[in-house]
Design a binder for this molecule. Structure first.
Ligand code: CP
Length: 312
């Protein structure tokens, strides 16, 4: 494998899930595979799980991870081709990506959307620029529109916890005080479309995700109807896609409660705002898989790194 920037880079999700479970059973089995190989992790945005789990995954494979908070610590990077750089940016991505490629055998990048300019966000200008100008494989640690390490993690977690051959999985919009990206929801949708599950999205009107991603997936605007007989409920806020980046609804009735959850397992990518997205009784219950999800981030990343290492 030469890159991992989308759930669509997974050729066979079922076999990837099984391989990730094997890594989880024996994380150090391939501890020499990455010897003398360096993983560069470049963060344009904040992180706890992605930052630490991807480093842990690299360490499990014997790699040396090096990390930089690009925003603030590095020179301001210019992404426009042909721009006259007489503003705040000091270094062009052409040089930056080429230079980092000399220090690293692969580069992982986190770069969120602006949520102001849909066209620019969908162009994925930061991730695509690294893919264009880096001479080593590039991994997305969450881009403007996708969070493929999280989506793969979520697929592993459902596979581990289902008792049914074809469980019902509901992605439920939840309230939030900030305008959040669509990336986690998009990658979860893409992952569920590749799994043998009954999958429904529930969100208020005005919050439908990009139809190019949701495709034929059912969207139910009545949360109570959608949650009926659910086996897994994945709560997530996202800002409006139609009225791009806007908060249209703050209705706390969309918060996940123990009563609404019923017998379902609860999932969230974290960080989660308690008693806004989901009540304490959900997060503190045995039905919550959020800590297990966070643990699985390591093995999702480790499998991606392993597959790239095997092709260097
Ligand atoms: N879920 C997730 O990506 O967490 P971080 O933003 O903390 O990395």
């Amino acid at each position: 494998m030469k890159k991992y920037t989308s759930i669509n880079d997974i050729d066979n999700l079922t076999s990837w899930i099984e391989e990730a479970k094997e890594l989880k059973e024996n994380p150090l089995k391939h501890c020499a595979l990455g010897t003398k190989k360096t993983l560069g992790l470049l963060f344009f945005n904040t992180s706890l799980r992605t930052r630490l789990s991807t480093q842990k995954a690299a360490l499990n494979l014997g790699m040396d991870p090096i990390v930089m908070n690009v925003s603030g610590d590095a020179w301001g990077i210019e992404f426009e081709d042909g721009s006259i750089m007489n503003g705040s940016t000091a270094e062009h991505i052409k040089e930056a990506a080429a230079v980092v490629s000399q220090y690293c055998d692969m580069i992982a990048v986190r770069a969120f959307p602006s949520l102001k300019d849909k066209e620019q966000d969908e162009a994925e200008h930061v991730l695509k620029a690294f893919m264009k100008y880096a001479s080593v494989p590039v991994i997305s640690m969450e881009s403007a529109t996708e969070h493929p390490l999280q989506g793969f993690t979520d697929a592993i977690t459902i596979s581990e916890n289902t008792k049914k051959k074809r469980p019902k999985v509901v992605l439920s919009w939840a309230p939030h005080v900030n305008a959040l990206p669509h990336a986690v929801a998009n990658s979860f949708v893409q992952a569920m479309q590749k799994m043998d599950v009954e999958f429904i999205i529930t969100n208020p009107k005005g919050y439908n995700l990009n139809s190019a991603i949701t495709k034929e997936t059912t969207i139910e605007h009545d949360q109570i109807v959608a949650l009926k007989n659910a086996d897994f409920v994945y709560a997530k806020n996202w800002s409006s896609y139609e009225d791009y980046g806007k908060i249209l609804n703050t209705d706390t009735a969309w918060m996940l409660t123990k009563e609404k959850l019923g017998n379902a397992k609860f999932m969230h990518c974290l960080p989660v705002r308690r008693n806004l997205v989901a009540e304490d009784a959900v997060l503190d219950s045995n039905a919550s898989l959020v800590i297990e999800q966070a643990n699985n981030r390591t093995y999702a990343a480790q499998l991606v790194l392993k597959k790239i290492l095997e092709n260097l």
